[in-house]
Design a protein around this ligand. Structure first.
Ligand code: MG
Length: 168
């Protein structure tokens, strides 16, 4: 019997002045950035939650609570690497990651290859296994009014027979 698991993740952060905009570990030039305890990398947070969901390990807030000073200003890609390390240790192999960034501005198309490559590197997989899409919110709601951004992610992981089952 196969041992596939699917996981989904979603995140949102407020968009404010005076913060860098970090998406998938890539610094995207913009006059606003995302507000948060860490670097507020909304895309990476969605991917982390999708991975944790697939592995049945709760969510990002349980592993890296925003009340803990250790994670203040944390690079989310480092957290992603840690999470991927835990899954790998337990014998999980990443099949693919599909993501969507929902942002009214800036235009993200020029940054997609860099974002995709950055996520793939942190995940330790070939770039073909990572897909990043971007949509606007058609000027609707807080995302459409440039007050926030959202990201969604879906992952598929597999634990081939004979792999470590870890301590869960
Ligand atoms: Mg977040």
């Amino acid at each position: 019997m196969n041992n596939f698991r699917i996981g989904e993740g979603w995140d949102t952060h407020a968009l404010v002045s005076g913060r860098p905009l970090i998406l998938g570990g890539v610094s995207v030039p913009h006059h606003q950035g995302l507000l948060g305890h860490s670097d507020a990398d909304v895309l990476t947070h969605a991917v982390i939650d999708a991975l944790l969901g697939a592995a049945g390990k709760g969510d990002i807030g349980r592993l890296f609570p925003d009340t803990d000073v250790r994670w203040k200003g944390a690079h989310s890609l480092d957290l992603l690497r840690q999470v991927m390390g835990v899954l790998r240790h337990e014998g999980w192999v990443l099949g693919n990651v599909d993501t969507t960034i929902i942002a009214q501005a800036p235009k993200l198309a020029p940054w997609m290859p860099a974002i995709q490559s950055s996520l793939a590197q942190a995940l330790g997989v070939a770039i073909e296994r990572v897909n990043v899409k971007a949509k606007t919110a058609e000027n609707l709601g807080p995302v459409g009014q440039c007050q926030s951004m959202e990201a969604r992610a879906v992952v598929l992981i597999d634990r081939p027979p004979g792999q470590a089952t870890g301590s869960a």
